[in-house]
Design a protein around this ligand. Structure first.
Ligand code: DAT
Ligand code: MG
Length: 203
């Protein structure tokens, strides 16, 4: 019991210290630490030598996924895989935000219907963190066209048409950074230590 109490106090102490270090560093560097969060935190806290343990990606449950009450199942897949949730919110997306998010698709014939679909109801948008999370998430989400997505992927299990493919996942590290900045304020993302961190992150 005493050992357990000591562990808890040590843990609280570590978190308090790391939060203070974070604030100081943020003020000094002027960088949005939440976005760089992981890489900076890796230097302070993680024993890992792998560079992308604290990688982050943007995942969004699209309006059809929210309407069909799939949010919980989608979150569960990312938790089960061992990734860490560092940001989450529900919102009705504006056309302005969407046009920035999908800026590469503006000239596509399906773009107007994509905007209508994405603004048809609320979306749940999240930032997940973990080793190689950008690429792994794309694999977990599956092919853009659910008709070609493998069973076991989110799109392969929950959808059948490209115009209602349930979920968004950033497609590259650069894309993830751009999208996270677009959808989240730095203050909406949390740097926190998972209690299973030693088994999932400190490889
Ligand atoms: P992804 O979402 O897999 O990154 P994308 O970036 O090429 O795919 O396209 C963004 C979204 O646009 C996609 O999830 C669904 C929609 N979309 C893509 N191709 C489409 C098509 N041929 N017809 C209708 N919607 C399409
Ligand atoms: Mg894409």
């Amino acid at each position: 019991m005493i050992v357990l109490q000591r562990c808890i106090f040590m843990r609280i102490g570590q978190q308090f210290c790391s939060r203070n270090q974070e604030t100081t560093k943020s003020l000094v560097s002027g960088f949005p630490t939440a976005l760089l969060g992981g890489h900076r935190a890796a230097g302070l806290r993680s024993r890992s030598t792998l560079p992308n343990v604290r990688e982050r990606t943007l995942i969004a449950v699209k309006p059809d996924g929210v309407q069909r009450r799939l949010v919980g199942q989608i979150i569960q897949r990312f938790e089960q895989r061992g990734f860490k949730l560092v940001g989450l919110k529900m919102l009705q997306v504006s056309e302005d935000l969407l046009s920035q998010h999908y800026c590469e698709l503006r000239t596509k014939p399906f773009y107007p219907s994509l905007l209508l679909y994405m603004t048809s109801g609320p979306v749940v948008v999240m930032v997940w963190e973990g080793y190689n999370v950008v690429q792994t998430s794309r694999t977990m989400v599956g092919h853009t066209n659910p008709a070609e997505a493998q069973a076991g992927t989110v799109r392969g299990d929950f959808s059948f048409h490209v115009s209602r493919n349930v979920v968004h996942a950033s497609d590259s590290l650069e894309g993830a950074q751009r999208e996270i900045q677009l959808w989240f304020q730095g203050s909406e993302l949390l740097n926190w230590d998972c209690c299973d961190q030693t088994s999932t992150c400190e490889l």
